[in-house]
Design a protein around this ligand. Structure first.
Ligand SMILES: NC(=O)c1ccc[n+]([C@@H]2O[C@H](COP(=O)([O-])OP(=O)(O)OC[C@H]3O[C@@H](n4cnc5c(N)ncnc54)[C@H](O)[C@@H]3O)[C@@H](O)[C@H]2O)c1
Length: 239
């Protein structure tokens, strides 16, 4: 996400508490493989639009938008562990100096943006500061292996906001990605948070269903690829 924003000319600093990861990224060594990403990281770092740091407090100064994109590992009952997300929110609250839009990019349950808002507000109150801020939800739909293309040419961008000011900031941020006419969909925050889970559940349902049909085809001597073609042209079903 950070690299693709830098690619369209936005100044980005990516923060991680893992100093080894940050040291590597500064040298163009990436923790993941995505086709085309390494060259893009190196190019944008050289142009000084993209930098990497472990120092959130210093980097948040002068920022207009902060994306929280830390892990949300599932617990034994399947619920997402929000402790990393809320730790970042608190750190932002402890260090921000000007109006900021704080966006949750991690996959988080409905209601998380409200918890992020509370965490930031509590930290500001502890500091005795009254700095305006907004929270927003911007779920990520990109596919591993096609992440750059999905980000630069998105089929849709979903953003949940609850203030005009945040909507203006997010519109400006995403403007360069909308050249292909695909929509930036603004909605309320809980709906944006729910959209990610609805999309994940629908995709999982389709995959499970097709896997079962494939098993059944094998038993019955049918060819699942022909069955898939046979049903895919029905607009109600899709490919
Ligand atoms: N990977 C994907 O393709 C993908 C797609 C859609 C959504 N998501 C969501 O994005 C989120 C992140 O996923 P990921 O695959 O990048 O996880 P990851 O575990 O690879 O990376 C998370 C990073 O956060 C860092 N971190 C933890 N606490 C921190 C803190 N307080 N300050 C700064 N950095 C901190 C960790 O050191 C780690 O490097 C998850 O919620 C995931 O569900 C991921």
């Amino acid at each position: 996400t950070g690299t693709c924003f830098a690619e369209v000319g936005i100044d980005v600093t990516c923060i991680d508490i893992d100093s080894k990861k940050i040291d590597n990224l500064k040298q163009g060594i990436l923790p993941i493989y995505e086709p085309g990403l390494e060259e893009m990281v190196i190019r944008n770092s050289q142009k000084e639009r993209l930098s990497f740091s472990t120092d959130l407090a210093a980097s948040v100064q002068g920022c207009q938008v902060a994306f929280i994109a830390v892990g949300t590992p599932p617990g034994e009952d399947g619920s997402a562990d929000l402790k990393y997300v809320l730790a970042v929110a608190r750190e932002i609250g402890r260090s921000m100096t000007d109006y900021l839009v704080v966006v949750t990019k991690s996959t988080v349950p409905v209601g998380t943006a409200a918890k992020v808002r509370r965490a930031i507000a509590e930290e500001l109150e502890a500091r005795g500061e009254q700095i305006a801020f907004d929270v927003a939800s911007n779920p990520e739909f990109l596919k591993e292996g096609a992440a750059i293309d999905d980000f630069l040419k998105p089929d849709r961008i979903v953003v949940g906001v609850d203030s005009d000011r945040a909507e203006q900031v997010m519109s400006k941020l995403y403007k360069p990605f909308l050249m292909n006419g695909h929509p930036l969909i603004f909605m309320d925050i809980p709906s944006a948070e729910m959209t990610k889970y609805a999309a994940n559940a629908m995709l999982a349902t389709k995959i499970s269903f097709m896997n079962d049909i494939a098993n059944l085809c094998e038993i019955m001597g049918a060819d699942v690829n022909m069955v898939r073609r046979g049903i895919g042209s029905d607009a109600r079903i899709g490919n």
